[in-house]
Design a protein around this ligand. Structure first.
Ligand code: NAX
Ligand code: K
Length: 213
């Protein structure tokens, strides 16, 4: 079985790579998005009308980079953002700026998802830190109820990546691209029901040079 890591290990791997090795965060994000975009382009997804459902953290930033990579390949893509454009992480703000250059439509999140053939779930990754409730739960319920195929970025949003237990409303994905390593929660009986087909993308983060799991 492929190696799995805890959320703490995943975070440690990212920060070591960025801060000590010196590979910029946006480079890791670009590699993550390239890997995921390849799965979307080469997998069994109807890319007629793609929605990127993006959060304001770096998981959302990955989603925005995927939006751009699909757009330049002539895929029709729309972005829904769960929060205000001026309340995003640094990397996600940069990805938004790039999207605006390309004039890719960005709109506030909603539950009206009927038109989309594929939904990319980039709401929460390993930064999930509390149960999913309120409007976030409404959005995730709408994603799960839609007829679109759902592709999750790094972690199905709402899933506790350590335990594989849902933290309130949780996306049930058709497929998930996880970055660097699969997460421990994905191989539990519960977690397996949420990831769908699991891919692991090499983004240039390797734990063995500094950390014994
Ligand atoms: N540079 C890096 O560290 C990399 C990060 N990557 C991506 O970044 C993700 C982690 O990014 P972040 O640490 O920004 O975290 P996330 O983007 O997973 O989520 C953080 C945001 O969600 C909010 N949040 C958490 N739980 C919530 C809840 N229940 N209801 C409402 N809001 C909630 C937090 O307040 C925060 O604003 C990874 O999963 C991966 O997708 C990748 O781009 C690879 C490199
Ligand atoms: K996600």
């Amino acid at each position: 079985m492929a190696r799995t890591v805890s959320i703490a290990q995943a975070r440690q791997g990212d920060s070591h790579t960025i801060q000590e090795i010196g590979i910029p965060s946006l480079v890791l994000m670009e590699r993550a998005a390239l890997g995921a975009t390849g799965r979307l382009l080469n997998g069994n997804f109807d890319l007629t009308n793609v929605l990127i459902f993006a959060g304001t953290g770096n998981n959302g930033g990955d989603g925005l980079a995927i939006a751009r990579m699909l757009h330049v390949r002539d895929v029709k893509v729309t972005v829904m953002l769960t929060g205000a454009e001026d309340h995003t992480s640094t990397e996600t703000a940069q990805q938004l700026k790039i999207l605006h250059y390309y004039k890719i439509p960005v709109m506030p999140a909603s539950t009206d998802l009927a038109d989309y053939t594929t939904i990319v779930d980039a709401i929460f990754g390993i930064g999930l830190d509390r149960p999913v409730e309120g409007k976030f739960a409404d959005w995730i319920d709408a994603i799960n109820a839609s007829s679109a195929r759902v592709f999750s970025v790094d972690v199905p949003s709402g899933l506790n990546a350590d335990t594989g237990e849902p933290q309130g409303a949780t996306v049930k994905a058709t497929a998930t691209s996880s970055f660097a390593y699969a997460k421990k929660g994905f191989v539990t009986e519960s977690g397996k029901q949420y990831t769908g087909q699991l891919f692991v993308e090499d983004i240039g983060v390797y734990l063995d040079d500094h950390y014994e799991a």
